[in-house]
Design a binder for this molecule. Sequence first.
Ligand SMILES: CC(C)(COP(=O)(O)OP(=O)(O)OC[C@H]1O[C@@H](n2cnc3c(N)ncnc32)[C@H](O)[C@@H]1OP(=O)(O)O)[C@@H](O)C(=O)NCCC(=O)NCCS
Length: 149
Amino acid sequence: MSIELQPITDDNVGDVFDLKVAPGQEEFVSTNAWSLAQAYAEYDIAWPRAIAVNGEVVGFVMLEIDPEEENGRPFWLWRLMIDAEHQRRGYGRAALLLALAHARSQGATEIYTSWVQGEGGPEPFYLGLGFEPTGELDDDEIVAVLSLV
Ligand SMILES: CC(C)(COP(=O)(O)OP(=O)(O)OC[C@H]1O[C@@H](n2cnc3c(N)ncnc32)[C@H](O)[C@@H]1OP(=O)(O)O)[C@@H](O)C(=O)NCCC(=O)NCCS
C-alpha cells in the first residue's frame, strides 16, 4: 500500500469534492465542499490535503497551522474523513500519522482536535491514537490533545 497526502490541485479537487462518509456519519464531519471553501477563505493558516492510496483519492485531511492563534494552540486537526467505501482499512490512521509528521516538521510539540460524541463517531479512533480529552467542550465537541514529543 502506498499512501500519500497530495496538495489540492485541479487534478484531484473534483475527487475530494465527491468523497462521502457513510450514512449516519454526516453529523461528525463537515462536507468536503465546505472544508474546501474554508481552506480557500483561510488559505494562510489551512493545510488541506487529499489522501491518496495507490494513486486513488480516498479521503481528506486538513490542519490549521497558525502561530498567532489567539488561543495559544497553533496546531489543530481541523478535518479528517475517509470515504465510506474505504474505511476500516487503516487509511485514516496512516493519513493522520503523515499529517502529524508534517505538523512536527513545522515545530509542533502537540496538536489539538475536537469531535462530536455519538454512536458510530470517531471517538474510539482518536482515543486509540493517543488523543487525551482536555476536559473542555467546544460547541458541545470534546476537545483533545495529542503530545508529539
Ligand atoms: C474516523 C475515520 C477517519 C477513521 O478512518 P478509517 O480509515 O476508517 O480508520 P482506520 O481503519 O485507520 O482505523 C484505525 C483504528 O481506529 C479504529 N476505528 C476506526 N473507526 C472506528 C470507529 N468508528 N469506531 C471504533 N473504532 C474505530 C479501527 O478499528 C482501528 O483500530 P485498530 O488499529 O485497533 O484496529 C473514518 O471512520 C471517517 O471518515 N469517519 C467519518 C468522518 C469522521 O468522523 N471524521 C472525524 C471528524 S472529527
